[in-house]
Design a protein around this ligand. Structure first.
Ligand SMILES: [Zn+2]
Ligand SMILES: [Zn+2]
Length: 253
């Protein structure tokens, strides 16, 4: 079964949040054979979202389960604010993502020079400690793009597989789901998030997975999730997680 649980309805606030703009997402999902779709816009746009639209959308497309989520920027010192925003709506699930190390939005094209100014091994360690921190809050049933830090292709100079292993062990204890986010195939790094090596590690530590495109426009809904699913199977996975009825459910793949 194909799902896509990480879709942005308003991209980067470049269009209105209304039914006319949502319908093409569901039309695309239908053609891509997606059975469950999750809208998870960035929390920074919360105030301009009309989350009640999804009830109307669900009535128009009863054959596809629609989940309403939010992609939240994790900052270790903003738990109070994060909790407040999460509680403003009855979300089906929340994605916890790390896009920032302190003030540095490392996945922004405009700020990528930061990778050249910093110790890359240290950057990876800081990133992973935030990912673990996000998982440990218990606020995010789903963790976004596990190794986003590789987005521009800057890789550690030393072997930091121990650091990854430690992170995976700690994540496993929290029970969160991670996503196979196909957007990485369309970034300079040209790799799935996370890498095949990490997916294997996640499988060995029983970390559940789901599938997502991180589409910021309708035409990218479901993009390559079938390819990600095949990779998951190759790495040993037999099930994927979904968030129907506000809890984690597992479906055979
Ligand atoms: Zn993200
Ligand atoms: Zn996203």
């Amino acid at each position: 079964m194909l799902v896509d649980l990480h879709v942005h309805a308003i991209g980067h606030d470049d269009r209105k949040h209304n039914l006319d703009n949502l319908i093409p997402y569901l039309e695309k999902a239908k053609t891509m054979n997606i059975k469950e779709i999750g809208f998870a816009d960035h929390d920074r746009y919360f105030d301009i979202l009309n989350l009640n639209l999804y009830e109307d959308l669900q009535k128009l497309y009863p054959e596809i389960k629609i989940n309403v989520g939010l992609e939240v920027d994790y900052f270790p010192d903003k738990i109070f604010e994060i909790t407040k925003i999460i509680n403003k709506f009855d979300f089906d699930y929340i994605i916890g993502s790390v896009h920032y190390i302190d003030e540095w939005m490392f996945d922004s094209d405009k700020q990528k020079q930061g990778f050249l100014e910093k110790d890359i091994d240290e950057v990876y360690k800081q990133y992973l400690s935030r990912i673990v921190g996000a998982a440990q809050t218990g606020l995010f049933p789903l963790i976004g793009h596990l190794d986003l830090i590789k987005i521009f292709g800057f890789k550690p100079t030393k072997n930091i597989s121990e650091t990854f292993l430690e992170a995976i062990k700690l994540i496993q204890k929290t029970g969160v789901v991670i996503e196979l986010n196909t957007n990485g195939w369309y970034k300079p790094v040209n790799e799935l998030y996370p890498s095949e090596e990490l997916i294997k590690l996640c499988f060995n530590y029983n970390i559940p997975i789901t599938l997502s495109s991180d589409a910021h426009q309708a035409e990218h809904v479901g993009r390559d999730v079938d390819k990600a699913l095949n990779l998951a199977k190759k790495c040993g996975y037999k099930k994927i997680a979904t968030f129907a009825n506000k809890k984690v459910n597992f479906v055979n793949i």
